[in-house]
Design a protein around this ligand. Structure first.
Ligand code: MYA
Length: 184
């Protein structure tokens, strides 16, 4: 991975501490919002990514590139592939059960990805330093051990729930996250 210093854990970064309420090894993560472009069941042209965690710390998912995900004819759009990386990375940090947002996402495109390809995605955290989480992801063609087509490194920043309430759709947030107390 060609990653910058901004997405490389600094000396002293700690390994992530998974939350007891997160899924245990082998469990599925579910969608965080039904209309999310990355994971929402109700998004008509979204990626519909459904992830599992093999070990309680990283996530795995499969995403099949569809007609609505094209850039060049017959090939996946690079922004869509970056979205898939962002989504699985977002899912992997959600294992900590703390809200984080993407601050920086670096993506390497190694192979063209034709429509109809199933990408096997994996994401994991490489370190936590204060509010900063350092994460990586990869997408492999055809099988979990297939050739790597796309790689990403990211910096996510921890926010509190008021971030979503103040900047987003509070009613939609409350409808799907009744377990969170939001005081905008
Ligand atoms: C829905 C409810 C719950 C579910 C949640 C599940 C989510 C799943 C979602 C799945 C979808 C996937 C997820 C999505 O798609 S999330 C959607 C895309 N992301 C966003 O919309 C985020 C927009 N940005 C912001 O809101 C603010 O800029 C944030 C909150 C990130 C920071 O503003 P804030 O005012 O809070 O903090 P700060 O500015 O003091 O910065 C703090 C530190 O961070 C460093 N820094 C900041 N930016 C960068 C940068 N770009 N590169 C390098 N470093 C950066 C900064 O230098 C400082 O470092 P230091 O000086 O302390 O050393």
């Amino acid at each position: 991975m060609t990653r910058s210093t901004l997405t490389t854990p600094p000396p002293g970064a700690e390994p992530p501490k998974t939350h007891p309420d997160g899924p245990s090894a082998g469990g599925s993560l579910g969608s965080h919002f039904s209309r999310c472009f990355g994971c929402g069941d109700d998004h008509p042209t979204g990626l519909h990514i459904a992830a599992v965690t093999p070990d309680g710390a990283s996530v795995e998912a499969a995403f099949t590139v569809g007609e609505s995900h094209q850039g060049a004819p017959g090939l996946a759009h690079g922004g869509v592939l970056a979205s898939a990386m962002d989504e699985v990375i977002g899912m992997s940090i959600w294992l900590l059960r703390k809200p984080y947002v993407t601050a920086r996402l670096e993506t390497d495109y190694l192979l063209p990805v034709p429509v109809g390809t199933t990408l096997h995605l994996r994401a994991w955290c490489t370190g936590i330093a204060g509010r900063k989480a350092y994460l990586e992801a990869e997408g492999r063609v055809g099988a979990p051990g297939g050739p790597v087509a796309v790689r990403a490194a990211a910096l996510f920043i921890e926010v509190d729930m008021t971030h979503f309430a103040e900047h987003g759709d509070l009613a939609a947030l409350q409808a799907e996250h009744q377990d969170y107390e939001v005081n905008p």
